[in-house]
Design a protein around this ligand. Structure first.
Ligand code: ARG
Length: 460
């Protein structure tokens, strides 16, 4: 094994097991672009500040660009025995440029280097996830527009409660996703401060220009405290938290789709391209995609706990524990992207079985509240109306009928306020149409919130 860059103060080579244990290139290698981007900014600043010569700075930048092109094209492969991506690129630069390459790390530490790399890397990932979530939200709005009149049961406690429309149900998820997007934006904003120049922990004695590197890398400003710059990972925690919430939303929706696919519900039919079969039961068509999303939510939550636990007991500043941040946050980011990417076409190709939704809404005394409200609108106090309707429901259950088929005489035995028009008042269509309060499920009310959501989506 080649000598470590820091081998000077050691009298022995590092043990093979320690080297393998310590190495992070297997998972931080993916940040090579951002590492080079950070190094180019650093080398530019070193040259401009006269810390290294302009010629050396230009040579280093040229060398870094060549390394980037060679890794991109596959000409240069990452060495799996290297300690990490930072050491690998620096060593490669020195291999190519000799002594000039050795000047790159002047007034820098891997501690501020890794901190800046990770922020740059995650900034790009957040932008990608943001665009994907937006696409998912747009997909749902498109579906909602087609289903403003599609009546379905609304549930509480998974018991039929009051009727809604499918558009209303879908739009509930759109608002959750819009908040998820806002959270991602928030994290991005707070994360966008530059730790480069913090050095190992205590800044540097060189006359550096941190504003310049921050600006070159597109950060809002340098981080004001060097200890904080190298030692916090709150942006990873925050991002993972935003991703956990996003996954929680996808998972709840997935759980619903899993139920909706069952023979017991049969509200939707997945496209054959987005379902799977069984190895033994020929009749099976399984909603694996949604089950995997539900399952992977646990995994992303696990990543969040990993990050929080990793950070909670480490003193300032850098500690090697923090190398564990990458596998956790990368796992969360990768899995979220996989989920959203698969979910979008699955939803877009899903067939809605409107009749079944409507039939389910027509049962289960879903219009009982409306029956009580009918009496309230005729002057009865709500609590009395509620009690009378409850008694009528019990009577219907005993007789094996529903409110729509209960004879008017039975109604009038309870109160004379009931007249023939009660049937119109409790019809499914009326129950939906009349729920036109702001944010409600009636076609008109939903159209309003669709317009509102579309406006928000246009702005993001
Ligand atoms: N691979 C390390 C990490 O991901 C880079 C920082 C190493 N710094 C150090 N002082 N050992 O955290």
């Amino acid at each position: 094994m080649a000598d470590m860059m820091w081998a000077g103060r050691f009298s022995k080579q590092v043990d093979e097991t320690v080297n393998a244990f310590n190495s992070s290139i297997a998972f931080d290698g993916r940040m090579y672009r951002h590492d080079i981007q950070g190094s180019i900014a650093h080398a530019t600043m070193l040259g401009d500040c006269g810390i290294i010569t302009k010629e050396d700075s230009l040579e280093i930048i040229g060398g870094l660009k060549e390394i980037l092109a060679d890794i991109d094209s596959g000409k240069l492969e990452l060495d799996p025995t290297a300690e990490d991506i930072h050491m690998f690129i620096e060593a490669e630069l020195t291999k190519r440029l000799g002594d000039v390459g050795k000047r790159l790390h002047t007034s820098r530490s891997r501690n501020d280097q890794v901190a800046v790399d990770l922020r740059l890397y995650l900034r790009d990932e957040i932008a990608e996830i943001y665009a994907m979530v937006k696409k998912l939200a747009v997909t749902l709005v498109t579906m909602a527009k087609e289903h403003t009149e599609t009546i379905m049961p609304g549930y509480t406690h998974l018991q039929r409660a009051q009727p809604v429309t499918l558009a209303h149900h879908l739009m509930a998820y759109v608002w959750m996703l819009l908040r998820d997007m806002e959270r991602l934006q928030d994290v991005s904003k707070r994360m966008n401060y530059c730790p480069l120049g913090s050095g190992a922990l205590a800044g540097t004695t060189y006359k550096t220009n941190r504003k310049q590197t921050a600006e070159l890398l597109g950060f809002t400003a340098p981080m004001p405290n060097s200890l904080d710059g190298v030692s916090d990972r709150d942006y990873c925690v925050e991002l993972c938290c935003a991703l956990s919430l996003l996954m929680t939303h996808l998972s709840r929706f997935s759980e619903e789709i899993i139920m909706w696919c069952s023979w017991e519900f049969k509200f939707v039919e997945l496209d054959d391209a987005f379902a799977t079969g069984s190895s033994i039961m020929p009749q099976k068509k399984n909603p694996d995609v949604t089950e995997l999303i539900r399952g992977k939510t646990g995994r992303v939550n696990g990543d969040l706990v990993t990050l929080l636990t990793m950070m909670k007991g480490i003193p300032l500043a850098y500690n090697k524990d923090m190398q564990e941040d990458k596998e956790a946050i990368f796992d969360a980011v990768d899995n979220v992207k996989l989920c959203v990417k698969t979910f979008i076409p699955m939803l877009a190709t899903m067939r809605v079985l409107k009749e079944n939704m409507r039939n389910a809404a027509a049962k289960g005394f879903i219009n009982a509240t409306d029956c009580a409200d009918y009496l309230v609108k005729k002057g009865m106090p709500f609590r009395d109306a509620y009690k009378i309707t409850g008694t009528l429901v019990a009577e219907c259950i005993a007789k094996g009928v529903v409110l729509e088929t209960l004879p008017i005489e039975e109604y009038r035995k309870m109160t004379e306020l009931f007249t023939e028009d009660v049937y119109e008042a409790i019809s499914l269509d009326t129950c939906v149409k009349e729920r036109k309060s702001e944010g409600g499920p009636s076609p008109d009310a939903v159209k309003e919130q669709i317009a509102l959501a579309e406006k928000s989506l246009e702005l993001c």
